[in-house]
Design a protein. Structure first.
Length: 202
């Protein structure tokens, strides 16, 4: 089954967590109604109420199961795939991202499993790739003193920015590297990436 991009994942998560929130709100509302209405008055029966909560829980769990094989990071992360074609070492320190080869843009092949290997020299940061419209493609936490590796297969051409997705003090807001990752080699462009909008990739 082909992986989907993060926009579709976000839509699915919206449904799941909406169902969970409705279940919790239902419990509170039902309890409040039970203790405020006169005894013996008409009310939602426990059978009907728990049937409703069970339906919402079933909906949320079902969406998790249905998307297990489509969410991009599941297969590679859970099964520890080592068949990546390239590794991109990145160092973070003093609120700055730096590439091992000194270039300001990483050239990444499309349709191939690659690994981003990020090392922090001081604080806990985040490493996230973002589209032109500020939607996130993927991210991970970068902890000092640990290996921080993220495996990914890009399905569309595009140019993406790198941003820190963790709070690392007041200077963390400026940790944005625009047009830092350029993906080429696929037949389809990411419609909201910088490259697709500017017509830079053909």
């Amino acid at each position: 089954m082909k992986a989907v991009d993060s926009n579709t994942v976000l839509w699915g998560q919206t449904l799941m967590y909406t169902a969970y929130c409705l279940a919790i709100i239902s419990v509170v509302a039902w309890f409040a109604r039970k203790i405020t209405r006169p005894k013996g008055s008409h009310d939602v029966t426990p059978k009907l109420f728990y049937g409703w909560v069970g339906f919402l829980a079933l909906l949320g769990v079902s969406l998790h199961l249905l998307t297990y094989n489509t969410i991009p990071w599941v297969k590679d992360d859970l099964h520890g795939s080592k068949d990546f074609v390239a590794t991109y070492p990145i160092t973070v320190g003093d609120h700055q991202f730096t590439w091992a080869d000194g270039n300001k843009q990483l050239e990444v092949p499309c349709g191939k499993l690659v690994k981003f290997s990020v090392t922090s020299e001081d604080l806990t940061y985040g490493f996230g790739l973002f589209r032109q419209n500020n939607s996130m493609v993927m991210q991970m936490q970068v902890v000092p003193g640990h290996a921080n590796d993220l495996l990914w297969t890009f399905e569309k051409n595009g140019v993406y920015s790198i941003r820190s997705t963790e709070y690392s003090g007041p200077d963390g807001f400026q940790m944005i590297e625009k047009d830092a990752v350029k993906v080429t080699g696929c037949a389809e462009d990411d419609p909201v990436s910088a490259a697709a909008q500017a017509g830079a990739i053909r």
